[in-house]
Design a protein around this ligand. Structure first.
Ligand SMILES: [Zn+2]
Length: 248
């Protein structure tokens, strides 16, 4: 039997995914995110509430605009499904008390990963609240561990900033972004300082795997082409939160 927080998380997930889709599209462009998508991008017909039900509207209308029948694309239903997938993964894997916190973490990481992938950007408006949420979640779930998680946030930011400075001194150019330092600090706030090496190793391994896959696909990926490292930081934080940090 599902407990109430799990049920609420699953029910709310598609609508939250829709909101995350708006964040992903509008935050990098500096557009306001308060207003949800409101019109068909093709015929500019205003969309009514019945056209905006997450997943359901898309299924009922077969992904087409009610007015001009233009294909509306899979981005929003994809986001709605992904947010639902995160809640569905969380419910069996974490204790009931941690379900709402875990969903918030997963949904925020999903938005950050996609924004970094599309725009090479990790907005402060997402990373800094995520850091604060990690400390709040710790205070709620394991208050005795708060010093370990505070140290995680501080060391995560400091460690990554020193790494970025070292990289710049060595290579003479920027290779690592300041947003990455804040995301690693957020990871330290959620997982505690002992998890920091695992987050970095996991993210680096995923980033290297991306480079190798692109090379195998014949993309001719050179060292100059940037990797959205924040995407892999987000993925590593998420996997370590769900499955635990090896050896910690
Ligand atoms: Zn239309």
């Amino acid at each position: 039997m599902l407990e109430l927080p799990s049920l609420l998380a699953l029910l709310a997930a598609p609508a939250i995914g829709s909101f995350l889709g708006t964040l992903v599209l509008r935050l990098p462009a500096g557009e306001p995110v308060v207003a949800a998508r409101s019109a068909c991008p093709h015929c500019h017909h205003a969309l009514a509430a019945r056209d905006l039900m997450p997943l359901l509207s898309w299924l009922l209308l077969r992904g087409r605009c009610r007015h001009c029948a233009a294909a509306l694309g899979g981005f929003y239903p994809g986001m709605e499904l992904a947010a639902l997938g995160i809640a569905a993964a969380v419910v069996p894997l974490v204790p009931a008390a941690a379900v709402p916190w875990s969903c918030l973490l997963g949904w925020a990481l999903l938005a950050l990963a996609l924004i970094d992938r599309r725009a090479f950007l990790l907005p402060d408006v997402l990373t800094l609240p995520l850091l604060a949420l990690g400390l709040l979640a710790t205070a709620d779930l394991a208050p005795e561990a708060l010093p370990v998680h505070l140290a995680g946030a501080a060391l995560g930011w400091l460690g990554f900033t020193l790494l970025a400075l070292g990289y710049r001194a060595l290579r003479g150019r920027e290779g690592l972004g300041g947003g990455d330092a804040k995301l690693l600090a957020a990871g330290g706030a959620w997982l505690g300082w002992p998890a920091l090496p695992a987050i970095m190793v996991g993210a680096a391994a995923l980033g290297i795997a991306e480079v190798l896959l692109r090379r195998m696909a014949g993309g001719g990926h050179g060292a100059e082409e940037p990797i959205a490292f924040g995407t892999w930081l987000a993925a590593a934080i998420w996997l370590l939160w769900l499955f635990g940090v090896p050896g910690v």
